[in-house]
Design a protein. Structure first.
Length: 274
């Protein structure tokens, strides 16, 4: 016997997000992860990428990565070479090479004066260690064999290979560093015309009286946190944003708009928010 149309359950026209099974737990985890990310950034606990330690990115690192066109900054598809540049620029050992520290004076070798760069040698050793860590030789051999067997087709990297995992860790590092990045430099919705560096240096030097060198070395999470504090002090009514919470809401919207789930499906717990 069929259920009469009037008795069939109809999907609700409107509902609260906290009615979705698992939403409150997922929201709590998102807020906890975001708080912990901010805390770790202020404590300069950046962790590792591909097993190599990385520093908390500062303004100088950010500008350097932009100048070389790092795909990690533009969220583009990276390469092994781009990963190597990224990890070397953020490695703790590169600090000793800034401002030409560590460059040897000319040494007399074979009756000729030669300039020997310790930094270049260390960079080469770092690249070799990275190749071994990511098992690049085996991956390249596999790719060449596959290309010979499938001419004209593009080899897709396995998702579980060390290189792909390193790419993922690098992008996760970027997400942690830029969790509080300001949306833009604007006044009343109109671009101020200031270069981002001008705005950053002006804010840090006028509010906190820091020198140029101190600003250059300022970790980005601390810079973004201070900019947010300045903004909220000047305009207390400015809305605050939660990146993890926004991502959770975007996941629900994607389920509704792209995956074509109905509100009834969401309330029935068919969307996994883990």
């Amino acid at each position: 016997m069929k259920t009469p149309p009037s008795r069939r359950s109809k999907p609700p026209k409107g509902f609260y997000l906290n009615q979705i099974p698992g939403y409150r737990e997922a929201l709590y985890r998102a807020r906890r992860e975001e708080f912990r990310s901010r805390e770790d950034n202020w404590m300069a606990l950046s962790g590792t990428v591909a097993g190599f330690p990385v520093r908390t990115m500062n303004i100088r690192d950010y500008v350097a990565l932009l100048r070389i066109g790092s795909p990690f900054m533009a969220r583009q598809e990276p390469s092994f070479e781009a990963l190597g540049q990224f990890l070397w620029l953020l490695s703790p050992q590169i600090e000793r090479w800034h401002n030409h520290v560590g460059w040897r004076k000319p040494w007399l070798v074979g009756c000729r004066w030669r300039l020997f760069s310790i930094e270049s040698w260390q960079r080469l050793l770092f690249a070799r260690r990275l190749r071994r860590r990511l098992k690049m030789r085996a991956l390249e051999n596999t790719a060449r064999a596959w290309n010979r067997a499938h001419p004209g087709e593009i080899y897709q990297l396995p998702e579980d290979c060390p290189l792909v995992r390193a790419f993922t860790e690098a992008f996760e590092y970027i997400d942690r560093i830029f969790i509080d990045k300001p949306a833009s430099i604007a006044r009343n919705g109109v671009s101020s015309g200031l270069l981002y560096l001008t705005s950053w240096f002006d804010a840090m030097q006028s509010e906190y009286h820091k020198s140029d060198e101190e600003v250059w070395r300022l970790p980005l999470p601390q810079l973004f946190g201070r900019l947010k504090a300045i903004q909220q002090r000047i305009n207390p009514g400015e809305p605050d944003f939660n990146a993890r919470q926004d991502a959770l809401a975007a996941r629900i919207q994607h389920a509704l708009m792209v995956e074509k789930m109905s509100p009834a499906d969401l309330l029935a717990g068919k969307l996994k928010l883990n």
